[in-house]
Design a protein around this ligand. Structure first.
Ligand code: ATP
Ligand code: MG
Length: 296
């Protein structure tokens, strides 16, 4: 911990997709907070832990400089900044938190001109994640141009700024609304607990460990749903890609129906959009059940 502090600091997104669930998780981990007047800080009342409310993009930097020991941030943001920072010390991902699931995916216009990943060679791809995209292209040996856009990436093809995009997708509804569809997943992401790369003294390390254990305990089972559905066997790849699932789904065969399957998946988040999209892919008999207890 910083020499001038005897309290742990954890950075959390101030307002955005991860904010509510991040604070919820910390509350379930047993922390009780009091808000500062400027609402940038939450003082921990029952543990020596304070919460700093910031923009999600600032979280990796706060961890690197040691202003915070822990942070809750999307893996996409964490990995992008690690890759962009080359060999600089980078925050470590301590545990995945099971919310904020999405994927960074390359999407192309519905006009059908780009059919395969190899068709991307020589084309321009717009993204807010240039380092993650460049790394993926390098691994695939695809020579495409990365165009950095910081917002409204999905309209880039229509504006003629790029042929394809690489953006975060959860239900796919935004893509569909822009006449785009997914070509390939670049990475899967969710909110993660990340730690500062700075060396910590023994007392701080012990506090971090205690908080992590509590967060782990608060997380397991909670908010979990079991999704059950039936679908044509050939829809399985598309269905698996869509599921905000924490583990590989179980796939069961159906008696007397060789072309169909039943799927069971443990999911941490499922909204109506997911279900509608699954239905569109051919799924039927969709059912979502609460999970009361789990033992891994
Ligand atoms: P900030 O103002 O803090 O910079 P932001 O606009 O960059 O916020 P949000 O849109 O709130 O960020 O998204 C935060 C994180 O939520 C993303 O980095 C990602 O990990 C996760 N996420 C989950 N689903 C989606 C989605 N469909 N689109 C974008 N992000 C998603
Ligand atoms: Mg941001």
């Amino acid at each position: 911990m910083n020499e001038n502090r005897d309290r742990l600091r954890i950075a959390v997104q101030k307002s955005g997709r991860l904010s509510d669930q991040s604070l919820d998780l910390l509350r379930r981990a047993g922390l009780v907070f009091r808000s500062s007047r400027d609402r940038l800080f939450l003082y921990g009342e029952n543990m020596p832990v304070d919460v700093l409310l910031v923009r999600d993009d600032d979280i990796p930097g706060l961890l690197v400089e040691g202003s915070c020991e822990l942070g809750i941030v999307g893996r996409n943001v964490l990995d992008e900044q690690r890759l962009a920072g080359a060999d600089a010390p980078a925050p470590a991902e301590l545990q995945a938190l099971g919310f904020g699931s999405c994927r960074l995916a390359i999407a192309v216009p519905d006009n059908g001109l780009i059919k395969n990943v190899t068709d991307l060679a020589g084309l321009r791809i717009a993204t807010s994640y240039p380092a993650l995209l460049a790394e993926w292209l390098r691994k695939q040996s695809i020579d495409a141009e990365v165009v950095l856009l910081n917002g409204s990436v999905e309209i880039a093809p229509r504006l003629g700024k790029a042929h394809a995009i690489c953006d975060l997708v959860s239900s796919g509804a935004t893509l569909a609304a822009n006449q785009l569809h997914e070509l390939v997943t670049v990475m899967r992401s969710e909110a993660v607990l990340a730690s500062s790369p700075r060396a910590q003294n023994a007392a701080t390390a012990a506090q971090i460990e205690r908080l992590c254990a509590r967060i782990g305990g608060a997380q397991s089972g909670d908010g979990m749903r079991l999704l059950m559905l039936q679908a044509p066997r050939n829809a399985l790849p598309a269905i698996t890609r869509l599921l905000p699932s924490r583990e590989t789904p179980s796939v069961l065969s159906l008696d007397g129906r060789p072309d169909d399957i039943a799927v069971q998946a443990l999911c941490s988040e499922l909204d109506w959009q997911h279900l509608e999209e699954l239905k569109r892919l051919g799924a039927s008999s969709l059912m979502v059940l609460n999970v009361e207890r789990m033992l891994a």
